[in-house]
Design a protein around this ligand. Structure first.
Ligand code: F0G
Length: 360
């Protein structure tokens, strides 16, 4: 039988005999090679499908460890600020392991699928007039006095758990990829990958680190601009963050790997999301598509990718954000009577142009 993540990578995780071996089936996500785009660009492009985690995003591979450590410390309450996915994950693990779960979210700026997840798992949801950065600052302020365990990525166990994704990629490819593209919001995940690749290199399981490209949305790009963004904005609400908590660790990943932070527009994000859906059969959420948008942007501006192995991290499932998908990616439904002849006519002459084609 397949092992669980906490066992499989135990020698790399901060475990002791009191750490409960919990799981919701996280990790071991597919690394899928793109045939269409690999051929087009003369390289090997892979997509890491983190949307295949149990709550539909990469957060689960950090949450299992943050929650295991909270239980180890006899904590009964967890709390997080979230743009959506962390709250969905915290709510699910909280429900499964009998922890009271509080999530603080920015009002009106969280995709409906994620909000519903927090609701169905029974978390207490507090919606604030403010953005993610303000929610996180409030969480830091109240957690200690109320004896909550914070399960945001400022909790070091989240990063420890999330680094397993880097191990999986090296285990699958037999070496580190040459380049890795990934979305950056609060900057925890890029820091985890860097840590994971570095630990494998230090243990001589791999020889090199990948060059990291951290992709931000144009109007939420504090690490590209080099300053805090007071009012971040983007359709990719998951990465609508103006003051990333793990900025310094992320900068280290970029500097040490000789990579770069890069910004992409909302239009480029939607285009990439649509290409992944239409040419690869992969439906990821807008923030995740930012990684592929970044790759396309770099190739178009002359990045040499010939024969390179490139991984794009697709951090969350497309069904998380049906609102934007319906608005920009859906196609027109052709309506007919039940008469087989009119169905035939519809097949032959009907037009189901996607809204995207009109948008561009
Ligand atoms: N992609 C998705 C789908 C996310 O949900 C997030 C972050 C990121 C990328 C960026 O990762 O913050 O580690 O740089 N979501 C957080 C949340 C902030 O609250 O769900 P990061």
């Amino acid at each position: 039988m397949k092992q669980i993540l906490i066992d499989y990578y135990k020698e790399f995780l901060p475990l002791n005999s009191n750490t409960p071996k919990i799981t919701l089936g996280e990790g071991f996500t597919p690394l899928v090679k793109s045939n269409n785009f690999s051929n087009k660009f003369g390289c090997e492009i892979y997509f890491k499908l983190e949307g295949c985690n149990p709550t539909g995003s990469f957060k689960d591979r950090g949450m299992f460890l943050a929650v295991a450590k909270a239980i180890e410390k006899n904590k009964t309450k967890i709390i997080c600020a979230s743009t959506g996915n962390t709250s969905a994950s915290a709510a699910a693990y909280g429900a499964r392991f009998n922890l009271e779960t509080i999530v603080i979210i920015p009002s009106g700026k969280i995709a409906i699928g994620k909000l519903l997840q927090a609701m169905v798992h029974g978390a207490k949801i507090i919606s604030i007039k403010g953005n993610f950065d303000q929610a996180l600052s409030a969480v830091k302020n109240i957690s200690e006095s109320m004896d909550f365990e914070i399960v945001n990525s400022i909790n070091p166990y989240r990063l420890e758990g999330q680094k397993t994704a880097a191990f999986e990629i090296v285990d699958a490819l037999g070496e580190s990829p040459d380049l890795q593209f990934m979305p950056v919001g609060n900057a925890g995940n890029i820091s985890s990958y860097y840590k994971g690749y570095k630990e494998y290199k230090d243990k001589k399981i791999s020889n090199e680190l990948p060059v990291f490209f951290g992709i931000q949305a144009e109007k939420s790009a504090p690490l590209v601009e080099g300053k805090v963004i007071e009012n971040p904005a983007t359709i990719a609400t998951a990465i609508r963050i103006g003051n990333p908590a793990s900025a310094n660790l992320a900068k280290e990943a970029i500097n040490k790997s000789k990579g770069e932070f890069l910004k992409v527009s909302d239009k480029e994000i939607i285009k990439a999301q649509s290409l992944l859906a239409n040419k690869e059969g992969i439906f990821c959420e807008p923030a995740s598509a930012a990684s592929f948008a970044g790759l396309i942007k770099k190739i178009n501006s002359g990045l040499e990718v010939k024969d390179k192995k490139i991984v794009c991290i697709l951090t969350g499932n497309g069904l998380k954000d049906p609102g934007n998908a319906e608005k920009y990616l859906s196609t027109k439904i052709i309506k007919t009577s039940s008469d087989p002849q009119s169905i035939k006519n519809a097949i032959v002459t009907g037009n189901s142009t996607s809204f995207l084609k009109r948008f561009f």
